[in-house]
Design a protein around this ligand. Structure first.
Ligand SMILES: Nc1ncnc2c1ncn2[C@@H]1O[C@H](COP(=O)(O)OP(=O)(O)O)[C@@H](O)[C@H]1O
Ligand SMILES: [Mg+2]
Length: 171
């Protein structure tokens, strides 16, 4: 069960990247974040913001062809893109569970493709294209850990340039 925690609108890729950086400032070792949304919605832009906040230098691009790219740093970032995986059993080939249950921060683009393979406590970020430069972002949490992360992240999104927090749980 996943509960929606808050929603955001962004007006540019830069604004979405700032939202990603706010997430990167909020994560802890072992956090698991699923990024969902159509091609071009901005999943990788979020990942780039997270990487920036974690002080990971060098480019973070979509790991579509590699499926998993691990970025070393004080906090290791495991960036998955499951778009090209056809079967859940292929997750074993990339040691999916070993990584996701380890100390890295895991960002999983297209993680919704294999819902039965995800840990129970994950933060899910759903991006929707609402206009050329605009994105609607929904954040939901499925446990205590992800709920706490969502709360910290939401606070850090307040007042960011080009970012509107449109709603939050209970309001
Ligand atoms: N508000 C926005 N947020 C995120 N990306 C945006 C936004 N407006 C335009 N874009 C563009 O949309 C594309 C998103 O690409 P990407 O992050 O690779 O998508 P995905 O990983 O979801 O397939 C980029 O070219 C980016 O510049
Ligand atoms: Mg991508």
């Amino acid at each position: 069960m996943s509960e929606m925690v808050f929603e955001i609108e962004t007006v540019s890729a830069g604004a979405t990247r700032r939202v990603g950086a706010a997430l990167g400032d909020s994560v802890h070792s072992g956090d698991v974040i699923v990024l969902t949304g159509d091609l071009g919605a901005g999943k990788t832009v979020i990942a780039q913001g997270v990487a920036e906040a974690l002080g990971i230098s060098g480019g973070v691009t979509s790991p579509t062809f590699n499926i998993l790219v691990v970025h070393r740093g004080p906090l290791e970032l495991a960036h998955f893109d499951l778009y090209r995986l056809e079967h859940a059993w292929q997750l074993e080939d990339i040691d999916f569970w070993g990584v996701v249950e380890g100390d890295s921060v895991s960002l999983i683009e297209w993680g919704d493709r294999f819902p039965g393979s995800l840990p129970s406590d994950v933060l899910t970020v759903t991006l929707t294209i609402t206009d050329d430069e605009e994105r609607h972002i929904t954040v939901s949490a499925s446990g205590v850990r992800s709920g706490r992360l969502a709360g910290e992240w939401r606070e850090r999104c307040e007042g960011l340039d080009g970012v509107t927090l449109s709603r939050q749980e209970g309001s």
